[in-house]
Design a protein. Structure first.
Length: 174
């Protein structure tokens, strides 16, 4: 599959079998994240990989109704950042998320971006504070997002090139 086909095939998958992710595949997803570009190459990120079932269940409450899939995920990868390192940590960490999501799909795994920044947990705390406390993350780190990864039950249909909103592209002037 070439890269454009891989990108067409990438979908958000929220339904998993509950099985574990093979170490070789997990390592490749993490490598894809760690290879990401970052402003001035500051690499402000820290990754927390959660595979224990009990912790994944607790993590599924980190958002109101948007992180349920973590109950059955094989793992969750949380991306935290040190904002003192750079003022473009949101951009940097978004690239990490995107690269990992794409790699997971290309390996035949299901994955989904779970928004962490600016969101609330079921207990009323911010998603960031909830995750930081649960995973013993030092206070100086802020949460970007969580990637849920699982063995998929069914892959949704690939995107097609025909459905692309080509009118969003403006040449030379708006
Ligand atoms: C910044 C961002 C935040 C997202 N947050 C969530 C989320 O909290 N929970 C969720 O289930 N999906 C989340 N998604 C996945 C989107 O809903 C999904 O990408 C969109 O519906 C398009 O579907 P596709 O990824 O299959 O093309 C998020 C995606 C992005 C890029």
């Amino acid at each position: 599959m070439d890269l454009l086909e891989t990108m067409q095939n990438r979908r958000s998958v929220r339904s998993y079998t509950g099985e574990k992710i093979a170490k070789e595949k997990l390592d490749k997803i993490l490598q894809a994240g760690l290879l990401s570009a970052s402003g001035r190459s500051r690499k402000p990120w820290e990754f927390v990989v959660v595979q224990e079932k009990e912790t994944l269940e607790k993590l599924s409450h980190c958002r109101v109704g948007a992180a349920k899939m973590l109950e059955n995920a094989g793992c969750a990868i949380l991306i935290f950042a040190n904002p003192e390192k750079t003022d473009v940590w949101v951009e940097d960490c978004s690239i990490v998320m995107s690269n990992m999501h794409l790699m997971a799909d290309s390996l035949g795994l299901g994955s989904c971006w779970i928004q962490g920044r600016l969101r609330e947990a079921e207990n009323g705390e911010s998603t960031e504070v909830y995750c930081r406390k649960l995973l013993n993350v030092p206070e100086k780190y802020v949460l970007e997002a969580i990637l849920s990864v699982g063995i998929l039950k069914e892959h949704p249909k690939a995107h097609t090139l025909e459905e692309l909103e080509k009118e969003k592209v403006h040449y030379e002037t708006y």
